[in-house]
Design a protein around this ligand. Sequence first.
Ligand SMILES: CC(C)(COP(=O)(O)OP(=O)(O)OC[C@H]1O[C@@H](n2cnc3c(N)ncnc32)[C@H](O)[C@@H]1OP(=O)(O)O)[C@@H](O)C(=O)NCCC(=O)NCCS
Length: 161
Amino acid sequence: MNDLIGNYYSYYEEVEENPEFGIILFNSRPSFESEVGWFTNLYRAVLSGDAFVRVAEEDGHVVGICDVRRLRPGTELSHTGDLGIVIKEKYRDRGIGRELMQSVIEASKGKLEILILSVFTNNKRAYTLYRKLGFVEYGRRPLAIKRGERYFDETLMYLRL
Ligand SMILES: CC(C)(COP(=O)(O)OP(=O)(O)OC[C@H]1O[C@@H](n2cnc3c(N)ncnc32)[C@H](O)[C@@H]1OP(=O)(O)O)[C@@H](O)C(=O)NCCC(=O)NCCS
């Protein structure tokens, strides 16, 4: 748990260095307690079949995570899962992201029918990877993300499993 939270916190440092960093973050770093709550909920969702998660490790430390969360379980949206992924900077472009996504897509088959995700429109690497894995663009939300005084458009994609 500590390592998962540490990995998440490291992205708040990265965004300081790279204002274009492509993950939607809180305006300020959430507390450790709230992160424990978030990961506990995720773990519960995995146990109930409402989430699928893959974690990449190197030397026993978390270097990336890919998760799919079922949208509002028990509703007319629950055939769809929302996918998120992030890999630590040093470990990008080594095929880890592709591997985690392929594994989570396989795990979702038979349990979900559609995966959705959103990506900063300027995030060419992520967009290219998603296209290669079969995701299709279905729209764009202009100015969807406001980071400080800067806006980013968001591209919306889906995959029919
Ligand atoms: C996006 C991310 C998850 C991809 O994971 P990764 O492990 O770096 O990706 P992989 O190495 O598996 O694959 C990247 C692919 O994009 C390609 N690529 C890399 N840079 C690229 C660029 N600038 N433009 C287009 N394609 C690019 C690579 O060639 C590779 O394709 P291939 O598998 O056919 O060789 C990871 O880079 C990351 O966490 N980035 C920062 C956070 C982020 O943007 N998360 C996504 C939020 S939607």
